[in-house]
Design a protein around this ligand. Structure first.
Ligand code: FAD
Length: 460
């Protein structure tokens, strides 16, 4: 059994202690890949992790906003049902901090401009209630572990959420709010996702109320100092097994093993784990070729650009405001208080999602800043000009191709769903998009990594 080949020398890498029970090469050092690598290493398997970027973490990424103060440019929020993430946080000696939501919300929804307690928008409550009831019905009917087996799956998989809204949402307030809801929940333009995917996503994440809620829901807490630390600490433990700056271009198999070819070398192992979002997994040359590709012609990039505005302190709190806002006009379709738990600075995070993300991403840096700062000042007139301004364009990140997660468009679940987790000979699949539990979330990524470890142990 040969070990992974060292990129520089082409020689087999030595196991750290004695002879390994087997070797594995993991492609991608996000939460999924690193969880898989940590699990395999713990069971005596010699692992090499190949990461394209010069950092680990993938869609989790820390941003320094002041000395000693890091915030999330990528994934941020978690809730009490995210049990695997929470145990990893505890194991790695990290802490969570509650997401601050005290105070009134701001709304700028068409003609409705309001400041009010809670997060329910100042729109027709009956119309929104009816909309959520219809979505609840769809969500309850979906088979989360196998969406393609949902009753009426074919029709639901070929209908876009936009077409569904055209047919079912008659009240203008529901039609106004639906795309904002999809943008906030799943960074989706309704034209990009099938109804089956929408229903699955909501169900997989614990239902509309859990996904949407702060207290008692999926946004309840953040990781103090940033979610990227989970990956950084996992990678620290893995040490030199993690190789940065090595995009994998090809994964070739034969009767005896599998070889991952990166831009810098070739790595031979008994098994491979590809822990990438589907659009990126499909850029790899597989031999033998995949019977079914990982993504389809309608699989879209999740559309989110994250904007972080930094102020000397969270001034909105002194005016009884939570920092939360929902806006029909962009670029910031919603804002939230993401200030670090420790005193020092105030951070207002703006989400630019759905089709607005493409428009905003196309602006030059000066126009982006002008538009975001002007909107923040309109929403929160007490704010001085920001002392820091950061834009993270996930839509055009080469090694993410969108976020929060890939959007499954018409036809995707029926065509690709049944093989999402089916190993291709020695190649196993991880990544949040392979998880039917908490798909698209950090929790889903970790669960996919754990699943792949179990698959490989069974194989061996
Ligand atoms: C702005 C934003 C907000 C989000 N909000 C939340 C949230 O609040 N809560 C939540 O739970 N989740 C959230 N998410 C989603 C969460 O970040 C993801 O579900 C999770 O991090 C995905 O992990 P992963 O390991 O599956 O994929 P990734 O993190 O994408 O990891 C894949 C890795 O593979 C690498 N790679 C790509 N191509 C190659 C190649 N060819 N060769 C080698 N390496 C390669 C990438 O660089 C990356 O490191 C958010 C994401 C973003 C971006």
């Amino acid at each position: 059994m040969s070990g992974p080949r060292d990129a520089a020398t082409g020689s087999a890498a030595e196991p750290t202690a004695g002879r390994p029970v087997a070797t594995a090469v993991v492609v991608g050092a996000g939460l999924a890949g690193l969880t898989a690598a940590a699990g395999l290493t713990a069971r005596g398997i010699e692992v090499t992790v190949l990461e394209a970027r010069d950092r680990v973490g993938g869609r989790t990424h820390g941003l320094a906003v002041a000395p000693g103060r890091q915030i999330d440019a990528g994934a941020a929020y978690l809730g009490d049902r995210h049990t695997e993430l929470l145990s990893l946080v505890a194991e790695l000696d990290l802490k969570t901090t509650p997401t601050t939501m005290l105070g009134a919300s701001r709304f700028a929804l068409g003609a409705q401009h309001a400041t009010r307690d809670g997060r329910f928008p100042p729109l027709n409550a009956v119309a929104l209630g009816d909309m959520f009831e219809l979505l609840d019905e769809l969500t309850a009917a979906v088979r989360p572990e196998a969406p393609w087996l949902t009753p009426d799956a074919e029709r639901l998989d070929t209908t876009t959420a936009a077409a569904w809204a055209d047919e079912h949402l008659t009240h203008p307030d529901a039609r106004l709010f639906f795309p904002l809801f999809l943008g906030e929940m799943m960074a989706a333009d309704p034209a990009d996702v099938s109804v089956l995917h929408l229903a699955f996503y909501l169900r997989s994440g614990g239902g509309i109320r859990y996904l949407n809620a702060f207290e008692g829901g999926a946004q309840q807490d953040r990781i103090d100092g940033g979610a990227h630390q989970v990956c950084e600490r996992l990678a620290e433990r893995l040490g030199t097994r993690v190789r940065l700056g090595e995009p994998v271009l090809a994964v070739h198999q034969d009767a005896d093993g599998v070889t991952a070819h990166s831009t810098r070398g070739s790595y031979r192992a008994d098994v491979a784990v590809v822990a990438l979002p589907p659009l990126l997994a499909d850029t790899i040359d597989y031999r033998p070729g995949l019977p079914v590709r990982r993504a389809g012609g309608r699989t879209a990039r999740g559309c989110a650009v994250k904007v972080n505005l930094v102020y000397p302190e969270p001034l909105w709190r002194q005016h009884g405001l939570s920092g939360w806002s929902v806006n029909a006009e962009g670029p910031l379709l919603s804002t939230v208080d993401d200030s670090p738990a420790a005193d020092g600075v105030g951070v207002l995070t703006g989400f630019v999602t759905g089709s607005e993300a493409h428009r905003f991403a196309a602006l030059d840096a000066r126009r982006q800043r002008a538009a975001a700062v002007e909107q923040a000042a309109r929403l929160f007139p007490m704010l001085p000009p920001p002392i820091g301004f950061h834009v993270t364009d996930w839509v055009n990140e080469q090694y993410s191709q969108g976020c929060y997660a890939a959007l499954f468009g018409p036809g995707d679940w029926l065509r690709h769903g049944p093989t999402l987790t089916t190993a291709h000979h020695r190649v196993h699949w991880a990544g949040t998009e392979t998880s039917t539990e908490y798909f698209g979330l950090m929790e889903g990524a970790i669960r996919s990594g754990t699943r792949v470890v179990a698959e490989i142990l069974t194989r061996l």
